[in-house]
Design a protein around this ligand. Structure first.
Ligand code: SF4
Ligand code: SF4
Length: 123
């Protein structure tokens, strides 16, 4: 995201071995509905990366963005489920680098949770 980015968490794939009990991200997804998610166009499938082309929009010749993350009420097009209840990233294995680098419990994570009225992860 331009401001920060998502998770190694992310809302994990439903196919992940993690459970909602062991992984709070599965009951969250707030960061996937809080920030712009920008990354190099080279991470898109079209240019040899893994992010499905239909879920990304070009911002500049060098930068792509996850679709939906620049809306007034941001929500990544790859996010499934309901924020704060149960959510998952539909492209978890193929998500862009900002999502892989985002850390649960970070300041940005807590800001995203607060934005959605969720309690701090690390009180
Ligand atoms: S690609 Fe997945 S992890 Fe990244 S913002 Fe979208 S839903 Fe979240
Ligand atoms: S905001 Fe934090 S707890 Fe929620 S899904 Fe993202 S990293 Fe996980």
């Amino acid at each position: 995201m331009s401001a920060a980015v998502r998770c190694s968490h992310g809302a994990r794939s439903a196919a992940s071995c993690a459970t909602a009990e062991s992984d709070p991200c599965l009951r969250c997804g707030a960061c996937c509905a809080a920030f712009r998610v920008d990354f190099s166009v080279h991470e898109t499938e079209e240019l040899g990366g893994s992010v499905p082309q239909g879920l990304a929009v070009d911002v500049t010749p060098c930068i792509a963005r996850m679709r939906g993350t620049d809306h007034t009420r941001p929500r990544c097009a790859a996010l499934t489920g309901q924020v704060g209840v149960r959510s998952a990233c539909a492209i978890y294995e193929w998500r862009p680098s900002p999502c892989r680098e985002f850390e649960a419990g970070s300041d940005a994570c807590e800001r995203a949770r607060a934005r959605h009225g969720l309690a701090p992860l690390m009180p």
